[in-house]
Write a protein that binds this ligand. Structure first.
Ligand SMILES: *Cc1c(COP(=O)(O)O)cnc(C)c1O
Length: 421
């Protein structure tokens, strides 16, 4: 039996993966997890009174986008909202081609992969080295049989923003539906002009804005034809079956309200935390690169290449200091597949595997950054000193990837063994 190891306090720098539930959100939810358990569809007042709270939450979420409550459909998550948007467009248009990008979240990427295997056409637009997208490429990709263009607003790995409002206008001119995965945006950039844009469909997710996991939003602009993806009862005005996740929806309403109130904190204080973190690391360590166009990013995201080191080793050592961050890729531990986003930006596999994403929130403090800045530089120096990659870095695309992988797997094992000594 081991004595319980004393754990350092958690410094949470992974807010693009999920966020803490705001205490105000939790408080708003409690009555609906306890005494207020009625079904909003019931005829008696015990249910009806829940319906009133749903209505209020819908209004609050609508104000995030400046839209009407009727344009808000609650779903079970961001993934469902993404899947539902694409699915509906294919059904309502009868067309079989989708335009998207090479850097989408797996919700869109894996759905479009599936569709492609099942007879649909998919065009995946490339991005530039700084992660940006060309409007001309979007225009060229649209065909007569294009059902929908789906392009994320902000990239979850790099924070890079795409000009989705311009893209939406272009799509409207061409008579094509436009969807954006905006899961990473609420509370970070102002979305209150969405209703004035030509965006037809937009996805959000509760747990990325300090509401619970397992609740999402699909915005569907007035008069956008929509068929349900989840078919069942007449909930959500027939657009999404299934009894409403009342407590989480109420929580999301409160979170939307907080997000609007905290926009300026995010764009000033949180941005300053992120910038101080990046600049201090760049000053302190050589061979560091910031991924993504620096002035066209979310204010809270830093994606950094630590050349000559494996991100997985960095993450393991950070974990021991109680610091939560993540590697660019959504890969499972031990897999050496580089992130599809960083690969699309042209990073070499070796560099892509050295990248760590730090994402901040309203709940991060200057002390968090101070602590991280104390821990990270010596850690990187130590890992670099142990890394033979330092000597012969395969910094181009022309090397034998299989041989490199084998070598790196061995290396990784050695590094891990050294860490665990
Ligand atoms: C987290 C995330 C999703 C998925 O949302 P879930 O609610 O976890 O299904 C989709 N897109 C982006 C960009 C995300 O960051």
């Amino acid at each position: 039996m081991h004595a319980p190891a004393s754990r350092p306090p958690i410094i949470y720098l992974d807010n693009n993966a999920t966020t803490r539930i705001a205490p105000e959100v939790f408080e708003a939810m409690v009555p609906f997890l306890t005494e207020n358990y009625g079904n909003p569809s019931s005829a008696y007042s015990f249910g009806k009174r829940v319906e009133g709270h749903l209505k209020e939450a819908r209004e609050k979420v609508a104000s995030l986008l400046g839209c009407t409550p009727k344009e808000i459909i609650f779903t079970s998550c961001g993934t469902e909202s993404d899947n539902a948007a694409i699915w509906s467009a294919l059904q309502t248009t009868g067309k079989k081609h989708i335009v998207t990008t090479q850097v989408e979240h797996s919700a869109i990427m894996n759905q479009t992969d599936w569709l492609e295997k099942n007879g649909y056409g998919v065009t995946r637009l490339p991005v530039a080295a700084d992660g940006t997208l060309s409007l001309a490429d979007v225009e060229k990709a649209i065909r007569d049989d294009t059902a929908i263009v789906s392009i994320m607003w902000a990239n979850n790995e790099t924070g890079v923003l795409f000009p989705v409002e311009e893209i939406a206008s272009l799509c409207k001119k061409r008579g094509v539906l436009f969807h954006t995965d905006a899961v990473q945006t609420p509370g970070k950039i102002d979305l209150r002009h969405v209703v004035q844009s030509d965006i037809d469909l937009l996805s959000m997710s509760g747990h990325k804005l300090h509401a619970p996991k397992g609740v999402g939003v699909l915005y569907a602009k007035k008069r956008t034809k929509l068929v349900p993806f989840v078919i069942g009862g007449g909930q959500e005005r027939g657009k999404r079956g299934g009894t409403e996740n009342v407590a989480s929806i109420v929580g999301l309403g409160r979170a939307a309200e907080l997000a609007i109130g905290r926009l300026s904190d995010e764009q000033t204080r949180v941005r300053a935390l992120r910038d101080r973190f990046e600049n201090a690391l760049l000053e302190r360590l050589p061979n560091l690169y910031i991924n993504g166009k620096r002035d066209q990013r979310l204010p809270n995201t830093a994606n950094i290449a630590f050349d000559f080191v494996e991100a997985e080793a960095i993450l393991m050592m950070l974990d021991r200091s109680g610091i939560c961050a993540s590697s660019g890729s959504a890969c499972t531990t031990g897999s050496l597949d580089p992130s599809h986003v960083l690969s699309a930006m042209g990073l070499t596999p070796a560099r892509a595997r050295s990248c760590v994403r730090f994402s901040f929130s309203h709940y991060n403090t200057d002390a968090d950054i101070d602590h991280a800045l104390q821990v990270i530089p010596p850690m990187i120096e130590q890992l670099r000193a142990m890394s033979p990659l330092n000597a012969d870095h395969p910094d181009n695309f022309n090397y034998d990837i299989e041989a490199a992988r084998e070598k790196e797997e061995k290396l990784m094992a050695q590094t891990m063994a050294a860490i665990n000594e």
